[in-house]
Design a protein around this ligand. Structure first.
Ligand code: HEC
Length: 114
């Protein structure tokens, strides 16, 4: 009789645990409501303009704003080249090597020492 009593106890314990693990049916009726909030898209005024601007807009605005470039002191060609290479090599900017010259030319023309 000792073994019968033990197995009943085990069955009761199992039932208690199982009940606790079964999710209640009411949870399946929960509805998911998506919300839309307004966002500010990048201001076109804060992109680069003029001849050759596309190369800079396409390569240099993914991580920071144009102001990061526009607020720097005027730099010469060698320093702008080093800066673009720093973005590529250190910051891992995904810049096509073929675009580097166009980027540097634009930066020197607009933000370079005369
Ligand atoms: C992969 C992301 C990424 C891209 C793309 C990127 N930058 Fe940066 N840039 C950074 C980070 C990170 C910093 C450092 C910000 C800080 O110090 O808070 C930075 C800083 C700068 C600075 C400030 C001076 C300095 O060296 O910290 C300049 C100027 C700059 N970037 C120019 C550019 C130009 C030009 C391009 C396009 C060729 C470019 N960035 C593209 C990530 C990027």
């Amino acid at each position: 009789m000792q073994s019968f009593s033990n197995s009943r106890w085990a069955a009761a314990l199992f039932a208690t645990l199982a009940l606790g693990l079964v999710p209640l049916p009411v949870q399946a009726q929960t509805t998911l409501t998506l919300k839309t909030s307004s966002v500010d898209l990048p201001d076109p005024l804060h992109q680069f303009k003029g001849e050759g601007a596309d190369a800079v807009n396409n390569n240099c605005l993914a991580c920071h704003s144009a102001e990061m470039i526009q607020t720097q002191p005027k730099l010469n060609a060698a320093t702008w080249t080093a800066e673009v290479n720093k973005m590529i090599n250190v910051m891992k900017a995904p810049v096509d090597k073929a675009d580097v010259a166009a980027i540097v030319n634009y930066l020197v023309a607009n933000y370079g020492t005369k």
